[in-house]
Design a protein around this ligand. Sequence first.
Ligand code: ATP
Ligand code: MG
Ligand code: MG
Ligand code: MG
Length: 437
Amino acid sequence: MRLSRYLLPVSKESPADAQIVSHKLMLRAGLVRQTAAGIYAWLPLGLRVLRKIERIVREEQDRAGAVELLMPTLQSAELWRESGRYDAYGPEMLRIRDRHEREMLYGPTNEEMVTALFRDAARSYRDLPRILYHIQWKFRDEVRPRFGVMRGREFLMKDAYSFDLDEAGARHSYNRMFVAYLNTFARMGLRAIPMQADTGPIGGDLSHEFIVLAPTGESDVFYHSNWERPAALSAVDFEDVGGLQAIVSSYTADYAATDEKRDPAREAEAGAALRQSRGVEVGHIFYFGTKYSAAMKLSVQARDGSDVVPHMGSYGIGVSRLVGAIIEASHDEAGIIWPDAVAPYRVGLITLRADDPGCVALAEDLYARLTAAGIETLYDDRDERGGAKFATMDLIGLPWQIVIGPKGVARGVVEVKRRATGEKQELSPEEALARVS
Ligand code: ATP
Ligand code: MG
Ligand code: MG
Ligand code: MG
């Protein structure tokens, strides 16, 4: 992509209304614009990051055995009356009337709708277990939308729902999502700690929030210092019930709990190894038994001909919140430092002199070769000062920069810079191409 044709409204100024670094950088780097309180337009560069995150989430859901579908944003109030949540939900729900005065709402979550869809489609034990997910915009009329996309009113969520014949099956589905989440966040360069979370009236130990530590996070969290080790990825067989349980058990062995689930005994045991911090909730998994299936009369025929009410769980990831969370975890004074896996482009190509035929010829040639090699490249072909181009590239944080200037052209070299380390190398165009591949 040529910057001369792109929409990238960057700014040097720190926006006055942004309190945390990720929000500031998202505005300064031209990723998003707020169009109403807590509602954002995704500008081209921001959209590419959002799509990359979405893709990782999707790949890991698929790998864990979940199946994608797409449910609408607008829902009918009738559906929510079936579960009793229409009146219970409160002012976070955006309620709408259509021209026929029918009561509608913009979905804050989808338990009701997915339960109704599954009720319509599933007949017998052969239709279970299933995990269904979608990646869709949600609306919650948050009292205090803030920190940019971290707490929006409209936000993109991946939500999955599991249906099993019994509690043991539901636990396996839960474990699938637990391990899928470990892999998902690790691929984005994030260390998200699974923390015991409040299960509400159902009880049990089957709810975890996945928390990324950050001083600006909105959750108070407590954990054993062992968790300061990086979480490693492993090759996982999701069909292996015992093997999956062993992974989950090992990842829950060290104490980690949100404020509501603090355990004084385990904190005493941790002693000097106990850590307290703030964190950002990037995911939340939850087993809730037959709460919705019973209320909404979902049942299927068991092998022996009797009726069984499926056990369910739900599993959310804040896809748009992750954009902010990743920036909180990865930036410096000059701007964002995108992990390779979610970077909007892999390479930023800069020509220092748009009026120098030698520079332009080499830049055009390298741009064509990068593009042909399938390397996503943002090419700054504008007629601007070098200093401004460098600042923009550092701000938007692409993993690699290739700089083409007249002195280098004379010697047949370009400069390759790794954004994360600042390390620079002079290389021939061929070597540069190989380096960033
Ligand atoms: P929070 O505690 O931050 O309000 P939540 O517990 O209400 O989140 P869930 O219902 O668990 O949220 O939704 C699943 C995921 O959706 C959360 O873990 C979070 O990553 C994301 N999410 C929730 N609310 C928002 C929001 N207002 N803006 C962006 N992402 C959100
Ligand atoms: Mg909330
Ligand atoms: Mg929460
Ligand atoms: Mg939650």
